[in-house]
Design a protein around this ligand. Structure first.
Ligand SMILES: [Zn+2]
Length: 494
């Protein structure tokens, strides 16, 4: 753990470079004058570029802060350079807030409130991005790390996930500081640098440091939710999906063993056949769809916006919940909201075409609905496989946050901030289908929400971790306005 201030470091580096050696003072003086002169010419040009928030986000996209499962492939220089860029681009924020760099690249900022009796609020996001899948580069309208703006859209990896999350918070903070805003409640920012590979060095270390500082948050807000245009749930209407829960992430490994041997004299069945039958049973027996929180609350809130007969059905979930869950399970978009999902993701067996393998292994990834547990999952899968020769083990898995209070302070602040910017959007408590860094803060915040104030449509949602990720200028400016509303709402101690 390292406590430092990037700007101060930078200044001291510059000072070191300019320290005169004996007898060279005169030469240095003229060099200094040149530097001032060049600076005077370059500075205004530099400022005229990168003048808008979207330009600054474009610059941030150009730093290739790519997280790779193979950590030896990570270019940590890019992370250091992005951090330097942030510190120099948002000088008030990095000078007036307490700044710590955790594990060198993650950023912890603390904006002290005037009323220490109030619990602080935590805002999190991450600076790393996922790699570009090999062979998909040509599908991008503009290269993913070029930071090109065309027709008011900025293209690039991280424009949605999640550099806009980091920069929209910094934009809002910088403006509030310029205006002399003083929060009553302490506001804390945690920007992890390895969310895409689990957050072990970033968010986990940030959380550890927060525990050392005895920080305990009233609520927190992380990435994960957006304002979604035109969803199948409520066509024609914008939904501010404020995630109050996320699905659990568990991978089971299935292993089979058999004598193997020469393929010219095979046994009746081998390791591959036994494993394949087990996988087929798992895939053909999906988990039953069901309506659990927060989907029940969300559907009830949407009922008022619906026409008949949906309105009647959604208003009477006690009677129609299994019917609605069954319908939602038929649509690929809504299916994950009502079911613990099953995905066969990896299979590995055999080394040569004429050798029967002695061992076969497969991985199955499950995303658990709130309320479903790992023990329950293993018991169900063991029953479905119904073959003691198939060994089922589970990978390491972490506690996930509980369902946050949709009537709590945080939800009220986030939905009020959103309503100012999107007067026509309906704010609903929602379930995140992926996982985020949020789980690392599980015991630090009473309520955990996931939401960024930019609006996207279904095709943009697919571009996250995929091809042609982009953000429109309007959507980004809205995200900054929502971030500002959230910071002020939290800071005023609502
Ligand atoms: Zn993300």
């Amino acid at each position: 753990m390292l406590k430092s201030n990037a700007l101060k470091n930078k200044k001291s580096k510059i000072q070191q470079r300019n320290t005169p050696s004996q007898g060279a003072a005169k030469r240095l003086q003229s060099v200094t004058w040149w530097a001032v002169l060049v600076g005077l010419i370059i500075l205004p040009i530099h400022l005229s570029f990168g003048a808008s928030p979207l330009d600054r986000l474009a610059t941030a996209v150009r730093f290739k802060t790519v997280s790779s499962q193979d950590t030896s492939k990570i270019d940590y220089r890019a992370f250091a350079e992005l951090n330097e860029f942030l510190a120099s681009t948002y000088p008030k924020t990095f000078e007036q807030l307490d700044v710590e760099y955790i594990n060198t690249y993650s950023i912890l900022l603390r904006w002290a409130g005037s009323d220490p009796s109030q619990n602080p609020v935590l805002f999190t996001a991450h600076t790393d991005v996922v790699p570009i899948e090999i062979g998909t580069e040509d599908g991008w309208q503009h290269p993913p790390f070029a930071g090109v703006i065309e027709n008011n859209n900025l293209y690039g990896r991280g424009t949605l996930d999640d550099k806009q999350g980091v920069l929209s918070l910094l934009e809002a903070t910088e403006t509030l500081l310029e205006e002399g805003y003083q929060p009553r409640r302490t506001l804390v920012f945690g920007f992890g640098h390895d969310e895409e590979i689990g957050g072990g060095n970033g968010a986990a270390a940030l959380a550890e440091r927060m525990r050392e500082l005895n920080l305990s948050f009233d609520w927190m807000v992380d990435e994960g939710g957006f304002v979604v245009r035109d969803t199948p749930l409520l066509p024609g209407r914008d939904l501010a999906m404020i995630n109050v829960a996320e699905k659990g992430y568990v991978t089971l490994t299935l292993t089979t063993q058999a004598p193997g041997g020469h393929s010219s004299s095979p046994a009746k069945t081998g390791a591959i056949g036994t494993l394949a039958r087990a996988l087929d049973r798992i895939e053909s027996n999906p988990f039953e769809p069901k309506l659990v929180e927060p989907m029940r609350s969300a559907l009830t809130m949407m009922a008022a916006e619906m026409s008949q007969p949906e309105r009647f059905l959604f208003n009477n979930l006690w009677l129609f919940d299994s019917l609605i869950a069954g319908q939602m399970a038929k649509d690929t978009t809504t299916q994950p909201m009502v079911r613990t999902t099953t995905a066969l993701t990896m299979i590995n067996a055999g080394i040569k075409e004429n050798v029967i393998p002695q061992r076969a292994e497969a991985k199955v990834n499950f995303r658990l609905l709130p309320g479903d547990t790992v023990d329950m999952l293993i018991a169900t899968i063991t029953e479905i496989v119904d073959d003691p020769s198939v060994v089922i083990t589970n990978d390491r898995w972490m506690d996930r946050p509980g369902v946050a209070d949709a009537n709590g302070n945080g939800f009220a602040v986030i939905s009020a901030a959103t309503a100012t910017v999107y007067p026509n959007a309906l704010a609903i408590p929602s379930l995140l289908q992926a996982t985020t860094d949020t789980r690392h803060y599980v015991n630090l915040a009473k309520d955990q929400y996931r939401f960024h104030g930019n609006s996207i449509d279904a095709s943009q949602a697919r571009s996250v971790h995929g091809t042609n990720e982009y953000i429109s200028e309007r959507s980004y400016n809205n995200a900054i306005a929502v971030a500002r509303g959230m910071l002020k709402g939290a800071g005023d101690g609502l």
